[in-house]
Design a protein. Sequence first.
Lengths: 112, 109
Amino acid sequence: DTAVSQTPKYLVTQMGNDKSIKCEQNLGHDTMYWYKQDSKKFLKIMFSYNNKELIINETVPNRFSPKSPDKAHLNLHINSLELGDSAVYFCASSRHDTHGYTFGSGTRLTVV
Amino acid sequence: AQRVTQPEKLLSVFKGAPVELKCNYSYSGSPELFWYVQYSRQRLQLLLRHISRESIKGFTADLNKGETSFHLKKPFAQEEDSAMYYCALSFQGAQKLVFGQGTRLTINP
């Protein structure tokens, strides 16, 4: 039973399209995150949500819009995809009082 | 701003040799430091955290506040240690982890 699951694992799409990545955790954690890993393997936080509320938005373009329908889900919608959006996107979750994150397996997004 | 620096992008050692992955951080308060590992085609996993002061898979890391370092060490490297290693920092109320650039460790047979 996967703790943090992301779908899809791979996503190939054309520039200008709109796409979504879904994330679900069954750990009962109250904080969820999206991280971006670029081609140089550098991991950078994008968003952090605590109990469905946005806590952190790290200067991410408005084309990226996270949505948390409940504290077990944090989806990422991306509008007007650009070549530079190609990366691996990781979802993660944690309890509010600890930083022991559990990561999803990642979604490799390729924009062509 | 908080920053984590891993000076080596690539590190290659022979099996059985000692390994040390360097991590330095900049943060003026009391940090929480972590090492995460990503094996090939697998998700990122927590390896160890400084507050636990534990040894996982033979790895240890000591927080040195004077040198602002949290180097990861293992006395005898094994081939299965080949992976990408990330040092990360957080602090009370941060609501996020700040990652270093990562070090790709390769253990040669």
